[in-house]
Design a protein around this ligand. Structure first.
Ligand SMILES: Cc1cc2nc3c(=O)[nH]c(=O)nc-3n(C[C@H](O)[C@H](O)[C@H](O)COP(=O)(O)O)c2cc1C
Length: 429
């Protein structure tokens, strides 16, 4: 696939000029498989589509409703057009050169699917039963902070979409809407994502608040140890000439002092999102404080997976924060097998990062994931259309998952196994 370098060029960005020194288009757009020319009405499928498909993507009619969108990647340019530069930059950004963002997605393309024909699909079912709940599919909405930056419906719109689609919603600790209101809108227990923070009194307060609002699980994000190098975000902010003071008094982007989730807690001693000492004893401390399910979010190695299980977690999420925290150049789908092997079936393993197709979900399940989270895609859907956009993203992924499960001859999630995937050789080898 070609990479379109924008080095040294000025480009149109969300209606404003942006001086872009080193971004490539693919990097900036968050790992999508194919992108439209910036600002053009061409669909996202155009760049990399084979010539026959391209013939149908050159001059598409303008998209005015979520249900006209063909695939999840097509929401990305719609979101970019809908958002001011800084907010789009926040959604898109990775770390350093954004190459882990890209790799998260592209690594799925290096896995093939083995399809079997002689089997019985009479009792076909995509649902997942987990911890006493039944989801319509193994796809859940992972934590994305500050959804009001993308659409006025914010987390309430996401929760209503999750309710309409019977999808599990992990609300971010940095949400713009209050947890209790979002829980009511969802109408079923949320999962609450929290950062450990470096003040235990605050951490314990967050856990109590989550459980008081009926959250069935607390997902502790363990991958945010220091200030991240979000260059794409910084470039986007520099190109954004709006006055942000109304939304961010004092230009404050500090979720601890902004999000309603922290309201009522004394956060004066919090200096970071994680303690400097995040050794296994810290996991024990959180384990003892969480009465419901305790999930470790952000594990990418077998060694850490073994520690997390030994220290009492109920599930592990293989995640690199959507490539936003550090540039490891390791896709989560590449990290999944070693984590699954280390966990040895003792707790469920989930995965997020770069999931844009039903086939991506299928591949993750085949490699041992129990469920699969999405981040940016539903942010794009919300930005473009509000609640209907989030529903459309979920529905497209569910439809695509249904298709590939039928084609591969797998009537249930449990029937998807390592035998259904293989590592592809590089093209031409
Ligand atoms: C704008 C944005 C904000 C996010 N905020 C959080 C957060 O507050 N806490 C967290 O654990 N993960 C956060 N994430 C990471 C997601 O939960 C998830 O791991 C990631 O987005 C998955 O990759 P994907 O965007 O490629 O689907 C955020 C992701 C994005 C895009």
């Amino acid at each position: 696939m070609t990479r379109t370098g924008l080095t040294g060029h000025k480009k149109e960005f969300g209606g404003q000029r942006m001086n872009d020194k080193s971004l490539t288009r693919r990097d900036f757009l968050g790992g999508c498989a194919a992108f439209s020319a910036l600002g053009s009405s061409t669909t996202a499928a155009a760049d990399d589509a084979p010539s026959a498909a391209r013939a149908f993507t050159r001059s598409p009619p303008p998209i005015t409703a979520a249900n006209q969108v063909v695939n999840v990647m097509d929401f990305e340019p719609l979101a970019r057009n809908a958002l001011p530069p800084a907010h789009y930059g926040y959604l898109a950004t990775g770390a350093d050169d954004d190459r882990t963002v890209v790799r998260n997605h592209e690594a799925f393309s290096q896995i093939g699917i083995r399809a079997f024909r002689f089997n019985d699909l009479t009792r076909f079912d995509t649902s997942l039963a987990l911890w006493g709940s039944v989801w319509s599919s193994p796809i859940y909405l992972s934590a994305v902070s500050a959804m009001r930056a993308f659409h006025p419906e914010a987390e309430l719109g996401v929760a209503r979409a999750a309710r309409a689609c019977s999808t599990q919603y992990m609300i971010a600790g940095g949400s713009s809407d209050a947890l209790e209101d979002v829980a009511k809108a969802r109408g079923a227990p949320l999962w609450q994502q929290i950062y450990p923070t470096d003040d235990w009194a605050v951490t314990a307060g967050l856990i109590r608040r989550a459980e008081g609002a009926g959250c069935s699980a607390v997902a502790l994000t363990v991958d945010s140890r220091g200030a991240r190098n979000s260059e794409t975000l910084r470039r986007a902010m520099a190109s954004d000439n709006r006055q942000c003071e109304n939304c961010h008094p004092g230009n404050n982007h500090d979720q601890v002092r902004k999000s309603p989730f922290y309201a009522g807690l004394d956060v004066s001693k919090v200096k970071g999102l994680a303690p400097a000492d995040q050794s296994p004893a810290f996991l024990d401390r959180v384990r003892a404080a969480v009465k419901g399910r305790f999930i470790a979010k952000g594990v990418v190695t077998a060694e850490d997976a073994a520690i997390a299980v030994e220290h009492g977690v109920d599930a592990i999420i293989v995640s690199n924060h959507g490539g936003r925290n550090e540039e490891t150049l390791q896709a989560t789908i590449e990290c999944l097998p070693e984590v699954v092997a280390a966990v040895r079936g003792r707790v469920p393993v989930f995965l997020d990062g770069g999931v844009r197709r039903g086939t991506d979900v299928f591949k993750a399940l085949a490699l041992g994931a129990k469920a699969v989270g999405i981040g940016r895609p539903y942010g794009w859907g919300l930005a473009a259309f509000g609640q209907p956009g989030v529903e459309a993203v979920i529905n497209i992924l569910n439809r695509e998952l249904t298709t590939i499960m039928k084609q591969a001859g797998t009537p249930t999630l449990a029937s998807i196994s390592p035998t259904h995937v293989l590592k592809l050789l590089p093209t031409g080898k």
